[in-house]
Design a protein around this ligand. Structure first.
Ligand code: IMP
Ligand code: MG
Length: 180
């Protein structure tokens, strides 16, 4: 696995430090309204980030699970979004925070946001660990962003290429010849 990574972009210590800062920001935002907060992770990329983030949150919360799937190649983005499994919790009148690994073109998050907004939550916010500033759409501005990164393909800390590398503990740039 290690030999497939060209370079480490964000080392694990730096990720954890930033995750703690994000959790502080989230705590401040929901300090007076954390009652009933439902966190909706976008699977599977957000699982490692989610696990670290929610353990830094000092208030009660629930996780609402849903599965969307996108038709596309392994390292490309774009394509139709299809709902595979609907949300496991009723979010009507609740504060909802979407958690995702990376905001790239925004197709996934836009679809999830629209889907959840139709369920009439009290509020809907978005937290992403990474944002590719070159491609992120102007009409989708996350409330919490871990790191802005260049338009490179990254893996590790939950992010995959063709299902692999999610267990790599740092965020690294995949050797381009592996997905060219
Ligand atoms: P978007 O819909 O174009 O914003 O793409 C978001 C999704 O594409 C993320 O949730 C990831 O699953 C995937 N993705 C985009 N860029 C990368 C990357 O650099 N590495 C791994 N997955 C990525
Ligand atoms: Mg993903």
């Amino acid at each position: 696995m290690e030999s497939d990574i060209a370079r480490i972009l964000i080392p694990r210590d730096r990720i954890l430090e930033r995750v703690r800062e994000l959790a502080r920001g989230i705590d401040e935002t929901y300090r007076d309204s954390s009652e009933g907060l439902i966190i909706v992770p976008i699977l599977a990329g957000s699982i490692i980030f989610l696990a670290d983030l929610i353990r830094c949150l000092p208030f009660k919360m629930r996780i609402g699970l849903m599965t969307l799937s996108r038709y596309r190649g392994a390292a490309t983005t774009g394509g139709e979004t299809r709902l595979v499994q609907d949300l496991s919790l009723d979010i009507k009148g609740r504060h909802v925070l979407i958690v995702d690994d990376i905001l790239d073109s925004g197709g996934t998050l836009t679809a999830v946001r629209d889907h959840l907004m139709a369920r009439e939550p009290a509020s809907l916010r978005i937290c992403v660990l990474l944002r590719k500033t070159a491609r992120a759409p102007k009409d989708l501005v996350p409330d919490f962003v871990g790191f802005d990164i260049d338009d490179v393909f990254v893996v590790g800390y939950g992010l995959d290429y063709d299902g692999h590398y999610r267990n790599w503990p740092d965020i690294g740039v995949l050797r381009p010849e592996l997905y060219a």
